[in-house]
Write a new protein. Structure first.
Length: 452
């Protein structure tokens, strides 16, 4: 289905010329319903980036990746590092969802929700239009002058610094970020260094590398070749209707679809890895079709199978297989979440200890106790020896007062009468209660003297 006589699109991305040099893509700003929708989604995502760590649900942040305290606030729920299996299931389900979505809907993620595209098209490209004007096809862009270009890059840098700070806020929260701003460099030199490195890196990405991220480096983009098939719904040119262009076909060869493309693709050559499914060419072509009095949607969201056969179908074996795996993961997630306890407790023998003779008829063992409160309420935790239920324990500051999302670390001594110790290793089960409700139990062993 290649209509480009040179067929260079088969050999290299459209932003590289025959000698291997960079060709700057100066995409014209699209206009139309798809661009309006993309603008709404893009700005909503930017607002989400800024507001998510600031918004609170109850007393908890809506989103906060508190790496220092090893707890993650996700959509108002708190997940601890101890709940890594839940995080692992969520991540696996997300990957399978993205794969399934790509198999059915192509690179929708790239053009509409990928952070790089949102920043590039909704922030930096719009700033560029202010300084360079809206690039007109076929016309040489007037050089705006060194001062204007310098001002543009200065704004690029300030904007990048702002978004770097918003990104850091996802890890520190708004108060933490404010504290960093108010503190000296020496106090938070690591954060300031990371801030400078991230800002310089992204400044380079958006002022120089730009669409090269999508066309050359992004691993997700490279995977399209194996994820997409003829039934995947992508932005597709209806070559049956459009060709032969300028003669009998509806395509008037105005090249408007190429002029607005942020990666420089000529979609008339068929689906290509560089196409990010942004739909800018659909808007542009629809405007042209309206102008020449032809039906809309010469370029549209459809599959090459559908263009070829006239039938619509997204069903194939891979769709069923990925859907099945996704369902299994979602069931596993529901089971994991419903089995999640309110506290996490661990009772471990003090390293290097065995048992101590407390008196002629009793021995003690010493343990390290750690309890984490995984809820947003304070809890007074009481302990009970469940097995054997004849022993006694000693713990300073008992009962344990656990603050919301807080933790307790302490040393506990368990004492047993020698008559109740039947073997060298007696199984010991400890119960943890809140308001007489058993929240969690731990299993360890009690070492005693060997019976003579
Ligand atoms: S070909 Fe069309 S949908 Fe694909 S990236 Fe270019 S403008 Fe966007
Ligand atoms: S915008 Fe439409 S009419 Fe113009 S070249 Fe592209 S496909 Fe053809």
């Amino acid at each position: 289905m290649a209509h480009n006589k040179e067929k260079t699109f088969r050999d290299r991305p459209d932003n590289i010329d025959g000698t291997g040099k960079r060709k700057w893509i100066k995409a014209r700003q699209p206009k139309g319903k798809w661009y309006t929708r993309r603008t709404i989604i893009g700005f909503s995502l930017l607002l989400f980036l800024i507001l998510a760590p600031i918004i609170k649900i109850g007393d908890q942040p809506f989103m906060l990746l508190d790496v220092v305290n090893r707890k993650f606030h996700l959509f108002g729920a708190t997940v601890y590092s101890q709940d890594t299996y839940i995080m692992a299931i969520i991540m696996a389900a997300t990957v399978i969802f993205v794969v399934l979505f790509t198999v059915i809907f192509g690179r929708f993620w790239c053009g509409w929700t990928c952070p790089h595209t949102v920043f590039m098209e909704m922030v930096y490209r719009r700033i560029e239009y202010l300084f360079h004007g809206n690039y007109q096809r076929g016309k040489k862009t007037k050089y705006p002058g060194k001062i204007t270009i310098g001002l543009k890059y200065m704004i690029y840098f300030m904007v990048t610094l702002f978004f770097t700070n918003m990104f850091i806020m996802w890890f520190t929260g708004p108060k933490g970020l404010l504290l960093i701003w108010q503190s000296s460099f020496s106090e938070y030199w690591q954060v300031y260094t990371a801030m400078a490195a991230v800002t310089i890196f992204y400044f380079w990405i958006y002022s120089y590398l730009r669409e090269g991220v999508c066309t050359l480096f992004c691993p997700y983009g490279r995977m399209q070749g194996v994820l997409l098939d003829s039934k995947s719904i992508t932005v597709t040119y209806d070559y049956k209707r459009g060709e032969p262009r300028r003669i009998k076909g509806d395509c008037v060869d105005c090249r408007g679809c190429i002029a607005v493309c942020p990666t420089g693709v000529d979609i008339r050559n068929g689906s290509q890895l560089e196409c990010v499914d942004c739909a800018a060419c659909i808007d542009e072509c629809n405007t042209v079709m309206k102008r020449v009095g032809k039906p809309k949607n010469l370029i549209r969201h459809t599959s090459s199978y559908s263009i070829e056969t006239g039938k619509n179908s997204i069903k194939n074996i891979r769709t069923y297989a990925y859907s099945g795996v996704l369902c299994i993961l979602l069931v596993a997630l529901v089971v994991a979440l419903s089995g999640r306890t309110e506290i996490d407790a661990s009772l471990l023998r003090m390293p290097g200890t065995i048992y101590q003779e407390a008196s002629v008829d009793s021995v003690t063992n010493i343990y390290q106790l750690k309890i984490i409160n995984k809820t947003a309420g304070n809890k007074e935790i009481k302990l009970k020896l469940l097995k054997p239920n004849t022993g006694k324990f000693f713990l300073a500051n008992y009962p344990i007062d656990l603050k919301e999302n807080g933790s307790f670390d302490g040393v506990i001594i368990v004492k047993m009468h020698k008559d109740n110790i039947k073997t060298k290793n007696t199984p010991l089960e400890m119960g943890y209660y809140y308001q007489d409700k058993l929240l969690e139990s731990t299993l360890t062993n009690f070492i005693g003297p060997t019976k003579k």
